[in-house]
Design a protein around this ligand. Structure first.
Ligand code: HEC
Length: 157
């Protein structure tokens, strides 16, 4: 092997190793959040299982971290998805949302799912259970629509 190639490879290895010590502010996993959407409304098991399998890793505090989420730089990327995803929509903070926000979020849910934008494609590469069939898409879409219609924004004071 050419000496410069060797040096570059060693350099890369050192960078990768040092990267592992870089501090990460990984979002904490909290199960049974009192403000979770499941505490507020009854969700049928099928829909609930879908939400938990396909959305909860990025849109709740009930995060399951796979082993590779500990390995930098993959960890930076995953943590960022979780942070950004739950900032947009957090099912574990559902009860704290205003009626207007809930309606809007449910509308976004069915739009994103209907258009195949959610779950993120990069997530379904390694989470085959989150790869939704057309039937599952319809189920989620219909659920979000019907929950949305139940929310009366006029209730808001
Ligand atoms: C791998 C992480 C990940 C998964 C899994 C995931 N999302 Fe997202 N979601 C994001 C991120 C990140 C955003 C922020 C916007 C963007 O980057 O598209 C987002 C945005 C959204 C939004 C838009 C919210 C807004 O106010 O703009 C909705 C709605 C949504 N996701 C619903 C879902 C649903 C429903 C599922 C499950 C079927 C799901 N997501 C699965 C990461 C994820």
């Amino acid at each position: 092997m050419k000496i410069w190639i060797k040096r570059v490879l060693i350099g890369l290895a050192v960078v990768l190793i040092l990267m592992q010590f870089w501090p990460t502010d990984r979002p904490e996993t909290i199960i049974d959040n009192p403000n979770d959407i499941h505490q507020e409304i009854v969700i049928n098991t099928e829909v609930s299982n879908l939400l938990k399998a396909a959305c909860y890793d990025c849109h709740s505090t009930e995060i399951t971290y796979p082993w590779y989420s500990n390995v930098a730089p993959v960890s930076f990327w995953i943590n960022d998805h979780i942070r950004v995803g739950s900032r947009h929509l957090n099912f574990s903070e559902w009860a704290t949302y205003t009626a207007k926000r809930k309606r809007h979020k449910l509308e976004e849910v069915f739009e994103e799912v209907e258009e195949g934008e959610m779950p993120l494609e990069s997530y379904t590469w390694l989470h085959s259970e989150a790869q939704l069939t057309q039937e599952q898409v319809d189920l989620l879409v219909n659920w979000a629509k019907s929950e949305m219609e139940k929310i009366n924004v006029e209730d808001e004071s």
